[in-house]
Ligand binder design. Structure first.
Ligand SMILES: C[S@@+](CC[C@H](N)C(=O)[O-])C[C@H]1O[C@@H](n2cnc3c(N)ncnc32)[C@H](O)[C@@H]1O
Length: 273
């Protein structure tokens, strides 16, 4: 079959699942052939024999499995990270959290100790380690399976010597003074129905408790208890009010940031001076 016919058949199968069926069919075909998209466009009229991996990939995607899990990789902050169903797929809005954390870290000592709660695939700690070459990192996750993925990604990006990975809850097992906590914890309310795409992602990475903001509030409490200098977290678009109330009771000053869609998406807090 010609490439263009394969692509149009594939796109037809994906029409219900994505707004960009042709592009996704092309990405999947490129993966199977080991070719760039530009090669596929240039060879549109070529007759090829494609192996059954393409059919399998299309079936998985037509069943709403995220493209990143099928490919086994995702891009974040311009870098490629390996991902699979053991970890949350990196979201573009989390790049803003990385930027905020870098801004805050620059006000601390260059060799600050930065702790991430809930590292998942490792994207945040790894990017911070690349952007803050003198800082020291501890990355905690409650899921041993997620930690396999983050350790692998740290090795892939050459920063495994600078991040100590710990299996635990919140700050369990973290020793020494902490200068900054950064976290993108699960923040969806337990009863909230999920779209079909999200059902492939680990529920441990999504659900934050009956209200959804319980982990965020506990992280704020730990920030106070441990005399940490700075905290930066991602949150749900509708959690600003409840987080602000929780923080007000503690007499802290909080600042919120928005994502690219203009929705409230996170906050940062600095120690009281
Ligand atoms: C929303 S995901 C974020 C993953 C990654 N940091 C990112 O931004 O893509 C939340 C992560 O928190 C972890 N987690 C859930 N409860 C935890 C807890 N009590 N302590 C530490 N990590 C936890 C989950 O396993 C999951 O990997």
């Amino acid at each position: 079959m010609r490439i263009k016919e394969l692509l149009s058949k594939g796109a037809e199968q994906l029409r219900e699942v994505t707004d960009i069926p042709q592009k996704e069919a092309m990405i999947l075909l490129g993966e199977v052939l080991g070719k760039e998209m530009s090669w596929i466009v240039m060879h549109n009229d070529d007759e090829i024999c494609v192996d059954e991996r393409f059919t399998k990939f299309l079936e998985r995607r037509a069943g709403h499995e995220p493209l990143e899990y099928i490919l086994g990789r995702a891009s974040f902050y311009g870098k490629e990270f390996d991902v699979d169903a053991r970890v949350l797929i990196p979201r573009p809005e989390t790049e803003i959290l990385v930027d905020k954390a870098v801004e805050l870290a620059k006000e601390l000592s260059p060799n600050a100790h930065i702790v991430e709660i809930g590292c998942g695939s490792g994207i945040i700690s790894i990017m911070l380690a690349l952007l803050l070459p003198k800082a020291r990192f501890t990355a905690v996750d409650i899921s041993s399976e997620a930690l396999h993925v983050s350790r692998h990604n740290a090795k892939k990006h050459g920063v495994s010597e600078r991040i100590s990975f710990i299996e635990g809850s919140y700050l369990d097992g973290v020793s020494g003074e902490i200068d900054m906590i950064v976290s993108n914890p699960p923040y969806i309310a337990d009863a909230e129905p999920l779209g079909i795409g999200l059902s492939y992602e680990p529920s441990l990475a999504l659900y934050g408790g009956s209200k959804g903001d319980e982990m965020l509030c506990h992280i704020i409490d730990l920030f106070v208890q441990k005399d940490v200098k700075a905290l930066a977290c991602e949150m749900g678009y509708d959690q600003r009010e409840s987080i602000a109330l929780h923080v007000k009771q503690k007499g802290l000053n909080i600042a919120f940031y928005k994502d690219l869609a203009g929705l409230d998406r996170g906050f940062w807090i600095k120690e009281k001076r």
